[in-house]
Design a protein around this ligand. Structure first.
Ligand SMILES: [Zn+2]
Ligand SMILES: [Zn+2]
Length: 295
């Protein structure tokens, strides 16, 4: 996979172990459950905080800030930014700016986290490297003009800290270890598989110039982001499951929010686009109609 030397990482593209200590400690924190046995309500909290925060990441950080796939008022935009930040995956401008770079350079040697540069690197290594720690402001100027978003981006640790304190105060230590720490770690890897596995696992429907794939399993754990080949093919759509059987929970919630006018101008994939550039599967981009693709 990484035999092409153009994809080799430079000396400044290494995981920095010492600087990554907080990230590794976050993975050890759920072990606190050994001393504070979780109760059923802690399990429920873990699941709820996973689902709600995954929604903020996929619908907010990704589809809104990354792709402007729909419109929000200024207050709802701030709520989306704060909600995404509670997942402890850096600020919205950092996250979406790097993501736009990924779409611009998908699987080229300049793509920061293409799996062609190594599976671990694409999953998490690049995040643990100081070279990519800064917010790429030039890529996200449209949102960097809002001072409140710049604030959230700079102080991105405040929302997850406040959430952790609230969980501890209300639910006690077992809620903190399982409800907050475990769900945060699961959320990390649930999100990171979009950069690693969705370029390796699954099937291709559309002819794209990258290795993106569609996976039902990954769509479940990411609330709809597993339809990554669809997404690379037509990235401005708020809907990533292009057919009715392609489960896309984030889109369903956005649709419901559009009924009460919190969300406006939800962008969809045009019918003629959805039905063209089909391939049987990725390795054979021969432009044949996909059997069963017609509804
Ligand atoms: Zn991708
Ligand atoms: Zn995207």
């Amino acid at each position: 996979m990484a035999t092409d030397e153009r994809y080799q990482r430079g000396p400044d593209e290494q995981v920095e172990l010492w600087a990554s200590t907080p990230f590794f400690l976050m993975h050890l924190a759920p072990l606190g459950m050994i001393w504070f046995a979780p109760r059923w309500r802690d399990v429920a909290l873990c699941l709820a905080l996973y689902v709600v925060r995954m929604f903020f990441i996929t619908a907010g950080y990704h589809r809104y800030f990354g792709h402007r796939a729909y419109k929000l008022g200024r207050f709802a935009q701030l709520v989306m930014a704060l909600g995404g930040a509670t997942a402890a995956q850096n600020g919205p401008l950092w996250w979406a700016g790097h993501h736009r770079h990924h779409h611009k350079h998908s699987d080229l040697p300049t793509d920061i986290h293409s799996p062609r540069r190594g599976l671990f690197w694409s999953h998490v290594g690049w995040i643990l490297c100081s070279k990519y720690a800064q917010t790429p402001t030039a890529a996200i100027r449209d949102f960097a003009k809002y001072p409140e978003l710049v604030w959230v981006d700079r102080y991105h640790l405040v929302p997850p800290l406040l959430l952790a304190v609230a969980v501890l105060a209300i639910g006690g230590p077992s809620a903190l270890f399982m409800g907050f720490f475990l769900s945060t770690v699961l959320l990390y890897h649930g999100t990171f598989v979009i950069n690693s596995l969705t370029h390796l696992w699954g099937r291709r429907r559309y002819r794209t110039t990258d290795t993106s794939r569609n996976s039902f399993l990954l769509a479940i754990i990411t609330l709809g982001e597993g339809w990554h080949n669809n997404h690379h093919y037509y990235q401005s759509s708020a809907r990533q499951g292009f057919f009715w059987w392609e489960l896309d929970l984030s889109y369903y919630v956005l649709r419901a929010l559009s009924w009460i006018r919190i969300v406006r101008d939800l962008r969809e994939v045009p019918e003629h686009v959805r039905r063209s550039n089909l391939v049987v599967d990725g390795e054979r981009d021969v432009g044949l109609e996909l059997p069963g693709a017609a509804e």
